[in-house]
Ligand binder design. Structure first.
Ligand code: SF4
Ligand code: MG
Length: 317
């Protein structure tokens, strides 16, 4: 495939705390991945592992501290704000809580017209026509376009969020926990809609989720994040059938399996996720890892290729 987004060595350091007690927290480090046209790349991990920061830094909604991001071959970490605004048309975002991201005082029609207004596109009549077709596209009845967000269900509101993301015909959509707030029965509908739209428009998704069954359903390739790093990445089937990293193994062992040949024994991790402000030495997973060796406590594992997967763990090669 053609690479659409190429992220290399992305880092983000936040400064937190009071004036007297400032502290640097490295939210993400050494993040590298490529998203190809028409592909869904998943980022999965527990809350606080840096998934959302990665998604936002990858499209410069927050400024990365270092690293490069190429979008359609162009390094967007170097471009000026004005040019970035143009490029942003092609990169949109869907949020976990569509209600929070939809202005409650605006009708759906106004909400969906806003991207056109901001970009100075189309006449008002064309905008109206587009709103109608956008609503149809996401399975909403256009006659409801004068209604307000609170008049819709959670699933419908996420459809509105998707319609707004689609308004400018983007190439890439960053979807941050897009179905996590929805009832399980509604989740599949929204995921199916996203997949249909992907087929139709050759969209690419960066799909961020803590839910491994959701990620398995929609993603072609998956990166597993732990404490600000990608510890394993691979194709969906490789990763789910043959997880290499002990952290991936523990995550997968905790989801109920119905159709899996390989039944994983449930691995219970000891301890909590350490604070990103004070990451453990060596392999940052070592205090919780059931396979921890002496070397793991002091030496950080390199990311290496094993078969079709990449993994950062001293158990390999
Ligand atoms: Fe476990 Fe060591 Fe691998 Fe880290 S490097 S995941 S501690 S075996
Ligand atoms: Mg998050």
């Amino acid at each position: 495939g053609t690479p659409l987004l190429e992220v290399k060595d992305l880092q983000k350091v936040f400064t937190v705390g009071s004036m007297m007690n400032k502290k640097n927290v490295q939210a993400i480090r050494n993040i590298s991945f490529t998203i190809y046209e028409g592909e869904t790349l998943g980022l999965v991990g527990e809350s606080g592992c840096g998934k959302s920061t990665t998604g936002r830094a990858a499209i410069r909604l927050i400024e990365p501290t270092s690293g490069t991001v190429k979008f359609m071959g162009q390094d967007i970490t170097k471009v000026k704000e004005q040019q970035l605004r143009k490029i942003r048309r092609d990169m949109q975002m869907i949020f976990q809580d569509p209600y929070a991201s939809l202005n409650p005082r605006m009708t759906i029609e106004k909400i969906l017209m806003e991207p056109y207004k901001l970009q100075n596109l189309y006449s008002s009549q064309e905008r109206e026509e587009r709103v109608i077709s956008l609503m149809q596209e996401v399975g909403l009845r256009p006659e409801y376009r004068r209604r307000y967000p609170h008049e819709f269900s959670g699933g419908q509101r996420q459809r509105i969020g998707i319609a707004r993301a689609l308004a400018l015909n983007p190439k890439l959509i960053i979807a941050d926990e897009p179905v996590s707030a929805l009832d399980v029965s509604v989740q599949a509908q929204v995921l199916n809609l996203m997949m249909d739209l992907q087929d139709k428009y050759k969209l690419s998704y960066l799909f961020i989720s803590h839910d491994l069954s959701v990620v398995k359903y929609i993603c072609h390739r998956i990166g597993v994040m732990y404490l600000g790093e990608i510890v394993e990445m691979g194709g969906r089937d490789d990763l789910y059938n043959n997880p290499l990293h002990p952290y991936t193994q523990s995550l997968l062992s905790s989801i109920p399996t119905v159709d899996q040949d390989v039944r994983l024994e449930r691995i219970i991790l000891s301890g909590d996720v350490p604070s990103p402000a004070a990451p453990p030495s060596g392999c940052s997973f070592h205090p919780r890892c059931p396979s921890c060796m002496e070397i793991c406590k002091t030496v950080k594992p390199e990311t290496i290729q094993v078969g079709q997967q990449v993994v950062a763990c001293h158990l390999y090669p």
